[in-house]
Design a protein around this ligand. Structure first.
Ligand code: EPZ
Length: 432
């Protein structure tokens, strides 16, 4: 299992280019299944989840290539498959987002029920409930779910929880339904507003994304479209924390300040300086020990759950005790165990963590359990005294493009290593 080796203790200083949003690009790739036209997604990040989604839609008959400009080009003319391969769905939960598009285009879809993952069970009953309301006949057996519909019918759907994936699956399914669909209590994430923009470029009639109801007027067919997705607000937030935890100064571009408002507010509350220094450009400065916080994750525009692990790393060196309450997932605290190996003082009780800040963390060999936990451990290693190896970097590669290059560009002493390579000083990094 490859890892990232870090020698900590240096302030990160410089500029970092933020990639396009993983959690926007993946849905646009699924939406491209709904047309026999050609779609182009500009600046699509070179990350594992994009490759996995590309493999998935190729299995379904789409042709996916990357042109010389780094744009992802998808030709949906050959789409004839309706079954998502189990190994791909189990590798990436976002694979279930092909359900709405395939049901809309082909009238049938069969996908394995996504398993749980490191951050908790990941059911899809809200997706299925909405598709049933639109007239799909759904059967579940032997770990697979199959949906059929000659043509989906527009209807009014009220989501019990503002699920991001359910909102997106139903939005896409409704684009080719007969009549109008209203999704009430939808998720409001910026990636959903961006998906609305992309769908409308394809000829769909979607409005209201980002608000308390989304209206989709079904059309007969969709065409290809080109689009540059929004910058990745979670990647940006991760580098914002990197500036704060290393007492450095980082300029991030492009970033849409509104999309990182909750993270900005919490970093300012912790004592970091966050300034807009140009269009879509932020400067973040650390420079003192973070002040303790109370962080409670919520659906957008609340504090994002995908930034919770990174803030736990920051608060592990705060000047006081913090409380972190994770309300979105049931077990997104595994990174606490690994931070404790670096000297953090954290007590976890269910979905709540008490983090008593220590003055310094110490380098250790730690293991990432998921994408954002891996990012958090890298941040901790950047701030810690000595050497850290974060194993399981394949999790990080799912959503962070060229992370070691970007960190080295900020002055970090990091490199990718094969498993169990002794620390540079010859002292083996021993896992207890
Ligand atoms: C999206 O996942 C993101 N992934 C996640 O980012 C993010 O953490 C999450 O939204 C919340 O913001 C992508 O966009 C690819 P949900 P999704 O449906 O759609 C429960 C990352 O790090 N739920 O809003 O799966 C669910 O179990 C990833 O980039 C149901 O109970 O999120 C979870 O506890 C991690 N039933 C909560 O809702 C359902 O039918 C939020 O899930 C659907 C969801």
């Amino acid at each position: 299992m490859a890892g990232i080796w870090i020698r900590g203790g240096r302030p990160l200083v410089g500029s970092v280019q933020v990639s396009s949003a993983k959690n926007a690009v993946l849905k646009m790739m699924a939406a491209a299944l709904m047309t026999s036209g050609r779609c182009a997604i500009r600046r699509a990040p070179a990350i594992r989840d994009v490759e996995t989604m590309a493999d998935l839609i190729r299995c379904l008959g789409a042709n996916v290539t990357r042109d010389s400009g780094g744009n992802l080009v998808i030709d949906g003319s050959g789409v004839d498959g309706v079954e998502a391969p189990e190994q791909l769905v189990r590798r990436m939960r976002a694979s279930v987002l092909v359900m709405g598009p395939l049901l809309a285009r082909c009238g049938r879809v069969r996908v394995p029920l996504p398993g749980g993952c490191a951050i908790g069970p990941r059911p899809i009953e809200l997706h299925l409930q909405g598709l049933r309301q639109m007239g799909a006949r759904i059967t579940e057996e032997r770990g697979f779910v199959e949906a059929r519909a000659d043509r989906l019918r527009g209807t009014e759907i009220h989501l019990d929880y503002p699920s991001v994936g359910a909102t997106e699956n139903l939005m896409m399914a409704a684009c080719l339904a007969e009549g109008t669909t209203v999704i009430r209590n939808p998720a409001r994430e910026p990636e959903i507003v961006d998906l609305q923009l992309f769908l409308n470029k394809m000829g769909a009639r979607v409005r209201g994304a980002g608000g308390d109801a989304i209206y989709i007027e079904g059309v007969e067919e969709l065409s290809g479209a080109e689009h540059e997705p929004i910058p990745d607000r979670i990647e940006a937030g991760t580098y914002m924390v990197a500036a704060a935890i290393t007492w450095g100064e980082i300029i991030l571009h492009p970033v849409i300040p509104r999309h990182v408002e909750a993270v900005t507010a919490k970093l300012r509350e912790a004592g970091a300086i966050v300034e807009e220094v140009g269009p879509d450009t932020l400067r973040v400065r650390g420079g003192e020990r973070p002040r303790p916080l109370y962080v409670r994750t919520q659906p957008y525009p609340g504090f994002p759950t995908d930034m919770q692990p990174q803030f736990m790393a920051l608060l592990a060196v705060a000047a006081g005790a913090s409380i972190i309450s994770e309300t979105v997932y049931t077990s997104r605290m595994k990174h606490a165990d690994e931070l404790r190996r670096m000297g953090a003082d954290i007590v976890v009780d269910g979905q709540v963590a008490i983090v008593r800040g220590v003055r310094r963390l110490t380098g250790a060999c730690v293991e990432a359990s998921d994408l954002r936990a891996g990012a958090a451990l890298i941040l901790a290693g950047l701030a810690a005294d000595g050497e850290t190896v974060v194993e399981g970097v394949h999790h990080v590669d799912r959503g962070y493009e060229a992370i070691e290059e970007k960190l080295r560009g900020l002055g970090a002493d990091v490199r990718r290593v094969a498993e169990d390579v002794p620390a540079a000083g010859g002292l083996p990094l021993v896992r207890a």
